[in-house]
Design a protein around this ligand. Sequence first.
Ligand SMILES: [Ca+2]
Length: 313
Amino acid sequence: MTKKLLIDVDCGVDDAQAIMMALAAPDVQIVGITCVHGNTSIDNVCKNVLRVLKICERLEIPVFRGASAPILSDSLDSGNFHGEDGMGDFPDPEAPGLELIQKEQAVQAMIRIVTEHEGQVCLVATAPLTNLALAVKIDPSFPEKLKSLFIMGGNMESRGNTTVCGEFNFAADPEAAYIVLKDYLCPTYIATWEYTYHHKLPWGFCHSWMDQNTEKARFMKNISAYSMEMTKDDMTGGDGFLSCDSYAMAAAIDEEVVTEYIECAVSVELSGKLTRGMMVLDTLDLLKKKHKAFVMKTCDLEKFQCLLMAALK
Ligand SMILES: [Ca+2]
């Protein structure tokens, strides 16, 4: 049966990798891509998604513009990890124009699409969760109409990549992350920062992946050059290649990619001096929350690499 995916992105390089993975997967239909602030400005995010769809010859997929800033926080500086434009600042004079973005706003579109396909859509969120939080505030029945939710974000060992204890997507809009973990009572699967960090791929894989003789591989090599240079001596990289968003996408595409989960209630710290934006795992069940999330723990790296390989073929 065809899987329907709705994808919410702040299109940096790893979002691009995740989108391309979904586009290449058999039996997957992308019903829409919604854009949100994060790695770069909302306009850049929209443009980057269109660039990805163009290289994959899939510009018929509707792309929607969403929130341009967090709900309450000031915008967080992404540190230009993926370059100023979010995709390595590689010039692309042939990039499609923003007139291809749908007129309908992202949050409205999410609600409409999921209502039209009630119980069938997996929402994959690889960005700050602002659009998702707004969607449930506008339509409280939105989460229950989803088949499932896959998130790249948060952490499970208090390890940060942006603040001391904060992973970027959650730290960029802690209130949104809090709302989503509280109000989305659908089956929820989370690829935390540590899950991705513990499943880095060898650089050798990365090189053979990008050295495939295809337009898509050349595109990936070009947009990745900047962040690959950055990760060589950066706290996040060094000893391996990381495509954070692709871990959440892989889990949505093929449930066998994740071989072990921690099933427990989760929340987000909003007021800590050092820990604002940190995801909290209630492994002792002290919060007595009925809804448990599936926090990804171990990954079948062979399956994961096959999905990535196919993305650039
Ligand atoms: Ca992202």
